[in-house]
Design a protein around this ligand. Structure first.
Ligand SMILES: [Zn+2]
Length: 149
C-alpha cells in the first residue's frame, strides 16, 4: 500500500514517498475467533534526533491481533492476546494496520550509526556534555533539595 495513505503515520515524517509492504492472513483459530497475523514493513524518512539530518528508519513489525465483533468475546482470549473490536460488521483494515505501524515507531528516531562517541562509555548520561555544565535546572533542584547527593 502506498505510504501516503497513512496520514497519521506520516505526521512528523519528511516525505511520503514509498510503500508499506503488507503480508497478512486472516484465519479462524481453534476457538473460532477471527485472527489477523502477518507482518508490516516500510521505511520512513524521519528527522534524526541526534544530528537533525534526515534518517531512513525501517519499521518492521509483526501483526498479531484478534478481530472481535463484540467486546464480550474478549473473555475467551488470554491476557497476552491483543484484540480490536469492530462495530457494525465494519473493519477499518487500513486504520488498523496504521495503528500497528504507529505503535512500532521508534520513540526517538535517529541514524543507526549516529552515536559513535557514546558506544563504549559506561553510561551515555554521565558523559553527556549537558551534565558537565552547571545548568540552571540542576541549581534549582539543589536549592529545592539541599540534602540531595
Ligand atoms: Zn543522525
Amino acid at each position: 500500500m502506498p505510504l501516503r495513505r497513512f496520514a497519521r503515520l506520516l505526521e512528523g515524517a519528511l516525505g511520503s514517498e514509498g510503500e508499506v509492504a503488507v503480508d497478512c492472513r486472516f484465519v479462524r483459530d481453534a476457538r473460532g475467533l477471527p485472527h489477523l497475523t502477518g507482518n508490516l514493513r516500510t521505511t520512513l524518512r524521519l528527522s534524526c534526533q541526534r544530528c537533525l539530518e534526515p534518517a531512513d528508519v525501517v519499521i518492521d513489525t509483526a501483526v498479531d491481533v484478534f478481530l472481535l465483533a463484540d467486546e464480550a468475546y474478549a473473555e475467551r482470549l488470554s491476557e497476552e492476546e491483543d484484540y480490536v473490536v469492530f462495530e457494525d460488521g465494519q473493519l477499518d483494515l487500513p486504520g488498523l494496520l496504521e495503528d500497528e505501524l504507529i505503535l512500532a515507531l521508534p520513540l526517538v528516531a535517529r541514524h543507526e550509526d549516529c552515536e559513535p562517541q557514546v558506544a563504549l562509555n559506561e553510561s551515555p548520561l554521565d558523559d553527556a556534555p549537558v551534565a558537565k555544565k552547571e545548568n540552571p535546572f540542576q541549581v534549582l533542584a539543589s536549592l529545592k533539595r539541599p540534602d540531595a547527593e
